[in-house]
Every structure is written in C-alpha cells, then in structure tokens.
Design a binder for this molecule. Structure first.
Ligand code: SF4
Length: 393
C-alpha cells in the first residue's frame, strides 16, 4: 500500500480576516529553526515507513511559498534520503499569489514539485480586499502565467464562495474568471465564519450580514453547472478535475484521505494516520521546535515523534464508519460493497443496514450496480452532505 506525507508550513506574511488555520504572522525569524526541526522529524517519521513507498507529498499551510528555495532543497534532500518515493509521485505545494516570482516557481519546478495549488480565493478585487488577502488580481494572473511558463502542467486554484457581501452574479464572475485561467483542478469551498476571526467579530457586531443558506445552495448549484459546462469532473464534494484520457488530475494526496488510507503528518499542528492510530502534533512553532530538539526518543511508541501531542487508536467500528463518510465524499465513485469487503472482510450493506435505509428513505443516497453495489450521494445528498455524514459519525 502506498503512503502519503503531509508537511505543514505554519508561516504567513499576514493573517487574513477569515483564517482560523494553524498559522502565524510575524514569525519569519523562526523559519530556519523550524526547517531544521522539520528535517529532524522527517527522519524520525521515516522509520515508520521502512517497507512502504510514498506516492504523494503535500506542503500545506500557512504559506509554504514563504520558504526559500534553499530551505526546500534541504527538506527534499532529507526526504530523498529517508523515504522511498514512487516514480510517479505527486508533490504539491500551496502558494500564495502575493509571494510568487517567475524564478521562484521555476526553481520549485526544477526541484521536483509537479503540482501547485494557488490560493486565489476570489478573482474580484473587492472580495480580496475585504478578506484582507495580500495579493491582487494581477498577482493571480502573473502567478498562473509564470507557473505555466516554467512548466507546471497540474495547477489547482482554491476559491471561496458564500462571502457575506457576495451575490450570485458576483460569484459567477469570480468563478468564470478562474475558469478562464484553465487550471487542471479547482477546489471550491463555502466560507465558514469561524470564531476568533475578524470576520466573526464583524458578524457578531452586526457589521456584516448573516450568510443566507438558500443563496449558498444556489451558488453551489451554479458552481456545479458552470464547471460541468467547462469540462471539469465533479469528483469530490468541493473538488473538480479536468477530464483527460491520459492523465488523472484528481488530487492524489487528498484521495489518500478520502480513501481513509495512511499518511504521515509532520510539522506544527500536523495530523497523521498510521496503523489505525491518529496523531496530532504540537501546534505552536516555538514549542514544536523545542520538543523536536529536546525530547527523548526512547519514551516514544509507534507512530509518535517528539512533536506528537495526541494519539488516538481508532477502533475497527470507527474505522469502518470513517471509511463510509469519507468515501461518500467522492460523489461519482462512492463506496462499493466490493471495496468495503476487501478492506474489512464484511458487508457494508449488512453492517450499516439501518443507516443506509434511513438515508435512502430521505432520498439522500442511491445505489448503483457497479462494484457489487455502490452507495453514492444522490443529487439531494450532495446538497445536504453533512446530514449524510452525520449518520456515520
Ligand atoms: S494566507 Fe491562508 S493560511 Fe495564511 S492567513 Fe491567509 S488564509 Fe490563513
């Protein structure tokens, strides 16, 4: 079985108004110490995967494009020395359009990155200002153009809709301009106003409107229709990939999560899942570095590294439920009886008989004949997916 590697880069130039990710602004002086600690954690984590190959690596953040190329060279050297990589490995990096130059992208590509995920969020200047992004429309256009020029052939654009001030036609224009950039992949999420963010504060004080659920549903339906017309396959609730006969543009790294397969997570706040155990790392940068530097390795058990803060063994019943709700996210693939039986040696239909019957009665799922019977979200289920997932959580 192939494994995946997630590397968290928790640095940003500045915190956007909606962000509740594990990332910090104004801590650039810690970057080199953090890279050293990351390399150390990668070497320790590689002992968990002595026989397995790694088929995807994802650098997420934060803003991974804040690291210098020389720092990526050090990290890549450690990865090459510590892990066995497949020939067709996908290596992704999240980049902020406000941090890119042609030469930086060129060097990333030459180093081995073969997929970039551009944090566009909106192609509307007003939205970018209100979200307090560090980039403008020109940065997006240039970033994507440079990425193409230096040879990236697998580009994702991240977009957000359901902004409190956004109407349907504004979202349509934002999405339409993103489609015009011809990315191979699009990740499109509805904004959630998270507590602790400036947006939440504005909302609490009545300075911005409440989000409208009917409008959100209309925007999502419009998104599906526009991306379908533009030739994208809707393969996961929030993700679309260009259809190609000779190349799979779906995000191989995220598919690892949705198939409930194993991955190692390194870096501050990173999560991992190995051998039925979920892990979560210390999230504060300073504490992360000091744990890697100081902690005694003898006190650790699989799959802990010195940065591991929490470990939880996932019992078989929970693994099977996770398999269901994560698999159902794959809207055109679903969960097949064959795949479930091959993984757990029992029948999904029998095990989850009451959950599935209840969801069928509500019209939220449907069966297809493939794979010995495959359970899929219905059209209504795609719109009300959280309700479906709750049946298995
Ligand atoms: S760039 Fe991304 S990770 Fe950084 S503050 Fe903005 S939303 Fe958060």
């Amino acid at each position: 079985m192939n494994h995946s590697l997630y590397v968290h880069i928790p640095f940003c130039k500045h915190r956007c108004h909606y962000c509740d990710f594990n990332t910090y602004a104004g801590k650039e002086s810690l970057i080199q110490g953090y890279v050293d600690a990351l390399i150390q954690e990668l070497r320790i984590a590689s002992f968990f995967l002595t026989d397995e190959q790694v088929h995807s690596i994802y650098f997420g953040g934060g803003t991974p494009s804040l690291l210098a190329i020389e720092q990526y060279e050090e990290i890549f050297k450690a990865i090459d020395q510590s892990f066995t990589l497949t020939d067709e490995i996908e290596i992704s990096i999240e980049v902020n359009p406000g941090t890119l130059t042609r030469s930086y992208l060129d060097r990333l590509h030459k180093l081995g990155f073969n997929r970039i995920s551009v944090g566009v969020q909106s192609t509307n200047s007003f939205d970018l200002t209100r979200l307090d992004r560090i980039h403008n429309i020109n940065d997006i256009l240039e970033g994507v153009r440079f990425a193409r020029q230096v040879g990236f052939t697998n580009i994702n654009l991240d977009l957000i809709f359901n902004l409190p001030w956004q109407d349907l036609s504004s979202w349509e224009r934002s999405l339409s301009r993103a489609i015009d950039l011809a990315p191979e992949h699009l990740s499109v999420y509805a904004l959630i106003i998270e507590p602790g963010t400036p947006l939440f504060d504005w909302y609490s004080r009545g300075l911005i409107a409440q989000q409208d659920q009917d409008l959100e549903a209309e925007m999502f339906e419009t998104t599906m229709a526009m991306l379908d017309r533009a030739g994208y396959v809707h393969y996961e609730i929030s993700n679309w990939a260009k259809l190609s006969t000779d190349r799979d543009y779906r995000c191989q790294h995220n598919l690892q999560y949705w198939y409930n397969l194993h991955y190692v997570g390194v870096g501050a706040g990173a999560h991992g899942y190995l051998g039925g155990v979920r892990t979560e790392n210390e999230s504060q940068i300073e504490e992360y570095i000091s744990r890697i530097r100081c902690k005694n390795l003898d006190s650790l058990s699989f799959p802990q590294t010195p940065a591991t803060l929490l470990t939880s063994e996932i019992d078989l019943a929970t693994q099977m439920k996770d398999f269901m709700w994560l698999g159902l996210r794959l809207v055109n693939e679903g969960v097949s009886e064959d795949r479930f039986h091959k993984t757990y040696g029992c029948s999904m239909r029998e095990l989850f008989d009451s959950e599935i019957s209840g969801l069928l009665d509500l019209g939220l799922v449907r069966w297809s004949e493939e794979g010995g019977g495959t359970l899929l979200l219905s059209k209504r289920g795609v719109m009300l997916a959280n309700q479906v997932f709750m049946a298995f959580i």
